[in-house]
Ligand binder design. Structure first.
Ligand SMILES: Cc1cc2nc3c(=O)[nH]c(=O)nc-3n(C[C@H](O)[C@H](O)[C@H](O)COP(=O)(O)O)c2cc1C
Length: 147
């Protein structure tokens, strides 16, 4: 069984819901999923022991949050070349943060990213049947790639 860390920022709970549904999808694929807020990751040692990383952050002011930027520097120090990865974001109208995180994981950290690209969901969709399924399917796709 592979072990995947789902790590996220969420100010008002939308991205956190996505993280929980993505973790469910990973478990549907038979993998172990740990769920953590970025503030729980203090240094690169907290990133040891995982086969994959799925990283989420809402878009505020057409950007990822400062906490996510700090976390990405910790990720860089962890040297995750070749590890499985995915990224996600909730948003209302522009949704830049998911693709920005995905690109950094792919091109800077040289991680093995899921073929689906980043999962971006409008906040109004997250708690619908389609939104829940989209998150679960995304987690399952990452989990299946680790089987
Ligand atoms: C001050 C503020 C700025 C925002 N800026 C953007 C933005 O630039 N683009 C966008 O798509 N959504 C923007 N949003 C919407 C949030 O991304 C959306 O509400 C998201 O679901 C919040 O996620 P969270 O509950 O995990 O914090 C903004 C929201 C607020 C309150």
């Amino acid at each position: 069984m592979a072990k995947v860390l789902v790590v996220y920022v969420s100010r008002t709970g939308n991205t956190e819901k996505m993280a929980r549904y993505i973790a469910e999808g990973l478990r549907f694929a038979g993998q172990e999923a740990d769920l953590k807020k970025v503030t729980e990751i203090k240094d690169e040692k907290d990133l040891e022991g995982y086969d994959g990383y799925v990283v989420g952050c809402p878009t505020y002011h057409r950007d990822m949050t400062a906490g996510m930027k700090t976390f990405l520097f910790i990720m860089q120090r962890a040297n995750l070349v070749g590890k499985m990865g995915g990224a996600f974001c909730s948003y209302t109208h522009s949704g830049e943060s998911g693709p920005m995180i995905f690109d950094t994981m792919q091109h800077v950290f040289k991680m093995d990213m899921v073929d689906l690209g980043a999962l971006n969901l409008k906040e109004s969709v997250i708690d619908t049947r389609d939104g829940i399924k989209a998150c679960q399917d995304y987690g399952k796709a990452v989990g299946d790639k680790l089987s």
